[in-house]
Design a protein around this ligand. Structure first.
Ligand SMILES: [Zn+2]
Length: 230
């Protein structure tokens, strides 16, 4: 069984070379990068929407407040026209001054809110443009990558067919262990034990395990690889 598994790994290595080749593709990298951006667009837009909603509410409130202050100011001014005594007039003038300060501050707040609104509007435009670019990048590179990938298809199918044949001679448990490691990007997966140490991590193998190896078993090292002894 060990020889079959070794044969499997050897053929599987060809499949891995193709995967490596595909992984190096610039088109794939660009498509993945574009996809990553596109995946964040909705969240970014939602954030802007939420902030715009908050700002709108704040704007309406400050505007209402400012209108009320203006009304009060007008009332005091009217009252001031008819007043005769100096103390009363001074009192009203002070009140009007205070109201004018508050109105000024409300006006500044409204201006600030408008500025942030404008920034958000720019943000929407930026997202829109970048989304268009990313969609284009994704489409173009995705297409090129798919063509590149397709050029390996025949070879991959042939190798997979070979692997299927070899697999028949290997126990499913062992095959499952191998596949799990393969999915976790380990390669090679099988290492030979020489002088009682793992060929991958150089860790010493216990005697009981060395005996198992001698019986032709495949064991799992602490480093994760599969060990065998010829
Ligand atoms: Zn090891």
């Amino acid at each position: 069984m060990i020889n079959e598994l070794l044969k499997y790994q050897e053929v599987d290595g060809q499949l891995r070379e193709i995967e490596k080749e595909l992984g190096k593709s610039e088109e794939r990298k660009k498509a993945v990068e574009a996809k990553k951006y596109l995946d964040t667009v909705e969240e970014s837009v939602n954030k802007l929407d939420a902030r715009a909603g908050e700002l709108l509410l704040a704007y309406e409130n400050v505007l209402k407040e400012k209108e009320q202050l203006e009304e009060q100011k007008d009332e005091f001014k009217k009252a001031l026209e008819g007043i005769e005594d100096e103390a009363g007039a001074n009192y009203l003038i002070k009140r009007v001054d205070k109201l004018m300060d508050k109105i000024k501050s409300a006006t500044a707040t409204l201006k600030k809110i408008m500025e942030e609104f404008n920034a958000i509007a720019k943000g929407y435009v930026q997202i829109k443009n970048k989304t268009k670019d990313a969609q284009e990048q994704y489409r173009e590179n995705g297409q090129k990558y798919n063509e590149f990938k397709a050029s390996f298809k025949d070879r991959q199918d042939k190798i997979k067919g070979e692997l299927e044949q070899i697999k028949k001679k290997i126990s499913p448990e062992l095959m499952e262990k191998y596949q799990r490691k393969r999915e976790n990007k380990m390669f090679p997966i099988l290492y030979e034990v020489g002088d009682g140490i793992c060929g991958r991590c150089n860790m010493e193998i216990s005697l009981s395990e060395v005996n198992k190896l001698k019986n032709g078993e495949v064991i799992e090292c602490q480093c994760g690889c599969l060990l065998y002894k010829n």
